[in-house]
Design a protein. Structure first.
Length: 589
């Protein structure tokens, strides 16, 4: 264990002398306050340390002590429904220990050492086990069955295993390793946050991460195990999109990282999530959620760690064979923390002052997502999907963080301030957004939902693109210059925008739309367009077709509860046919 003394303090950066025996990325304790820090650079016996707590009041000569181990997280029962800061300190336990203000140097274990968990073994003495095999289970919440696994790089024969009530530090199993040594295993394991957890093989994504958000599921889907970026200017709805995905995405476990965002936004999450009911289980959403809160008023260096803390916890649940969704809000604040530390280290700045290694750090983070064959003797599959919000200054996505992110991710949900000002939410611009998973997922949609799904999606996209072209003509020569079929095309596109893509996150029915309902909504809009186009050819009046009362019913269909959609769909189609026949008959008269 290396001990030294502070030589220089520059904000969150502390330089300590006498640290020759310490290693890069070792966790250190700084000064008598025992502030947590991490060595990020070594020059001879001088160590540059980023301190994850407020450094005011530190002075040269104060002691610095290395723990000899890298920044690691504790993984075990107790993670779910907990709220941590950026370095996995449980905020509720800290509040009980020292009140509502976060004090410096507080040492509280990440997982409770007092709480006992009921452990049920799945293996017996004499069984051969390898890394990733499940030794037993703990029912952590009503929703989540926590699997106690053999840690990576460990294999051997079970010498003894017990069932009953245990804390996370009690020995539940003793293994005889291949070299004859004995290893005691507890309910908890530790893992360094900057090292990705191992797996057997990364697999190509084949199924979508269903979110219940129509513009995402239909036009720009993300795969399970995929990566997506949500860039957008201030006020365009990034955080609400992230909240919606955290609430409704078809994932077994959700890890939500509030990285450098405003405290009141994180407060909304903390207040909302416990009250939300998970539609699949009927239980509180918090029973499958881990929250990491590192708001903008918390020490800047801890933002950098919070992203790694979150993805390591997410990988741990992926290793149990679960589908995990991670929301990072926002990676721009993380990159700003990198830039600040880089500046204090006097590194050569890259574009806009960001460090030259910004792109590689972002890639290392996003590459930890994926659908994988997890470790263990069974060929089980787990997936980790990562959705990162990006907050470019002034909404300019040509800045370095957005551009570096776009080179890595396969889904771009571009939020548009002009749509947000028109109160069109989610404000995803359908002309600039894209998903590179669409072709891969087309087979799944056609086989699982409907063989017409991809055809209808293509028609929706075509109408929206043709609308953008016609809008340019209308601006130049006016609506009267358009032919009747072109006017009808504009009306159909307006219906797609207002009735389909616009979705109210705060409406009890409209907040989540299952795929079968999305299919029926697409069918209604396209049925109106096709039947009206056919009626035009038969001499119907365009004004009457545009003003049909049934269009209001098509628009209100999104508010119909899921249980009633089939009946409502049949009624609307019947009325649509009847009304169009009447318009054609009057036109012939």
């Amino acid at each position: 264990m290396s001990k030294g003394a502070i030589k220089k303090v520059a904000g969150p950066l502390v330089i300590a002398e006498g640290m020759r025996d310490a290693n890069l990325f070792d966790v250190v304790r700084v000064s008598e306050h025992r502030l947590i820090g991490e060595i990020i650079e070594m020059h001879g016996d001088a160590a540059s340390i980023q301190v994850y707590e407020e450094t005011s009041g530190l002075a040269p000569g104060a002691p610095v002590e290395s723990t000899g181990s890298p920044l690691s997280v504790e993984l075990g029962p107790g993670l779910i429904s907990n709220i941590y800061d950026g370095i996995q300190r449980p905020l509720e336990d800290i509040m009980e220990a020292c009140g509502t203000n976060l004090q410096r140097g507080v040492e509280v274990p990440s997982l409770s050492r007092e709480k006992k968990w009921s452990f049920k073994p799945l293996v017996s003495a004499g069984d051969r086990v390898e890394a990733g095999d499940t030794l037993g289970t703990v029912q952590e919440t009503d929703i989540v069955l926590h699997k106690i696994m053999v840690p990576p790089s460990v294999k051997g024969t079970v010498k003894s295993i017990e069932s009953g009530e245990f804390t996370v530090t009690d020995t539940v199993c003793v293994l005889t390793l291949d070299n004859g040594e004995e290893k005691s295993l507890t309910l908890m394991q530790k893992w360094p946050v900057r090292v990705g957890r191992p797996y057997k093989k990364k697999l190509p994504p084949e199924a979508p991460l269903v979110t219940g958000q129509r513009v995402i599921d239909t036009l720009f889907p993300i795969a399970k195990g995929g990566v997506a970026a949500v860039p957008g200017p201030f006020g365009s709805g990034k955080t609400v999109v992230q909240h919606q995905l955290a609430k409704w995405a078809e994932a077994d476990i959700v890890v939500y990282i509030g990285c450098g965002e405003r405290g009141n936004e994180m407060t909304d999450v903390l207040n909302e999530f416990p009250e939300l009911i998970d539609p699949k289980t009927g239980k509180s959403l918090m029973e499958r959620t881990v929250l990491i809160a590192n708001t903008s008023d918390m020490p800047v260096a801890a933002r950098e760690a919070s992203i790694y803390t979150g993805i390591t916890i997410a990988e741990y649940f992926r290793d149990m064979g679960y589908s995990v969704a991670l929301m990072a809000d926002s990676t721009s604040r993380w990159a700003e923390a990198l830039r600040e530390m880089s500046g204090r280290l006097e590194e050569m700045p890259g574009e806009e002052g960001y460090p030259a290694y910004l792109g590689s750090r972002l890639a290392q983070f996003y590459e930890r997502a994926g659908k994988v064959n997890i470790l263990g003797s069974n060929d089980k599959i787990g997936s980790l999907s990562v959705i990162g919000a990006v907050s470019p200054p002034g909404g300019d996505i040509s800045e370095p963080v957005s551009q570096a992110t776009l080179r890595i991710v396969k889904v771009f949900w571009g939020l548009d301030s002009s749509l947000a000002y028109k109160r069109h939410f989610p404000a995803l611009n359908w002309l600039t957004s894209y998903s590179l998973y669409t072709d891969t997922l087309s087979k799944w949609f056609d086989e699982t939902v409907s063989e017409d799904w991809m055809k209808m999606r293509a028609r929706l996209m075509q109408l929206l693109q043709e609308e953008a072209e016609l809008e340019e003509i209308v601006k130049l020569v006016g609506m009267d210059a358009l032919s009747s079929p072109d006017r009808l095309k504009l009306e159909a596109a307006r219906s797609i925008r207002e009735d389909y893509l616009h979705q109210n996150a705060f409406h009890e029915v409209d907040t989540y739309t299952p795929l079968n309902k999305q299919l029926l909504m697409m069918k209604l809009i396209l049925a109106y367009y096709d039947k009206a186009l056919s009626a035009l050819r038969d001499g119907a009046d365009i004004e009457k077709l545009v003003a049909m009362p049934i269009r209001e019913s098509i628009g209100r269909f999104k508010y119909v509860p899921t249980a009633d959609i089939d009946k409502a769909f049949d009624e609307i189609l019947f009325t649509l046919d009847k009304d169009i026949d009447e318009i054609i008959a009057k036109g012939e008269d």
